[in-house]
Design a protein around this ligand. Sequence first.
Ligand SMILES: [Cu+2]
Length: 266
Amino acid sequence: MGIRRSASTLTTTELTDLRDAFSAAYGLTDERGYAFYAGVHGLPLPTYCEHGTSLFLPWHRAYLYFFERALVDALRRARGDQTATVSLPWWDWTSTQAHSTGLPPGYRAGPGGPANPLAAGPVTLNSADLALVRARLPGAITDGANPTTIRDPDLPDELPRASTVSRALRSTTFNSFSTLLESIHGGVHGWVGGAMTAVPVAAFDPIFYAHHSMIDRLWYLWQISPRGINPPARLLDRVLPPFPVTVRQMLDISTLGYEYAVQVIG
Ligand SMILES: [Cu+2]
């Protein structure tokens, strides 16, 4: 919790904390763990995530909020240190660096080095769901026992451009902003390839959370811009299952205990 930073600016300590937190969450098989959160978004059924609706932004904000809390708890338990903390970084896929090298360095697999828990996530599904994923979504997860997510990234310069995001940020209604941003977001899922291209398993890839932090940050930047406005009033008291929160409660990130480094936009 606290300040969410760009994935490309993490200190060695911050990256170690993040990796330890993900590893700790991978090891928890109950509702505190990674499999539970990844499963909330996709398989096993029911799938809760909101796509193609005006709840896309608030639902994913709630999702990241509860997942980030789970990461903090997992890290504290693993370290036996109640002061340990961690924040979800965002992956700025519009940056010059992303357009030349693609995925954030901290999320890539090192050649022959120790396994990087941010390079792939464990796909802990029952055998029927695993068989379904393998039949319907070839190339999403590895074969054999203890499968993990697979990526198949496109060329770095094919990531969304800052100018495309700027156009979305000039939207003057919540629904037009949400629709434009969701479409840009979908392009990045496709760019990463593999598990990230498919809702049922996308959230098993740890890059999912860095990608969605970027989306959440762009919503925040639009909210504080002169054009930012609340979702339509009829949506404000909608609950965002399975989370016991409403759209209204997701509007002000300062009440959620995290912030993004401020960036001035015109
Ligand atoms: Cu997504």
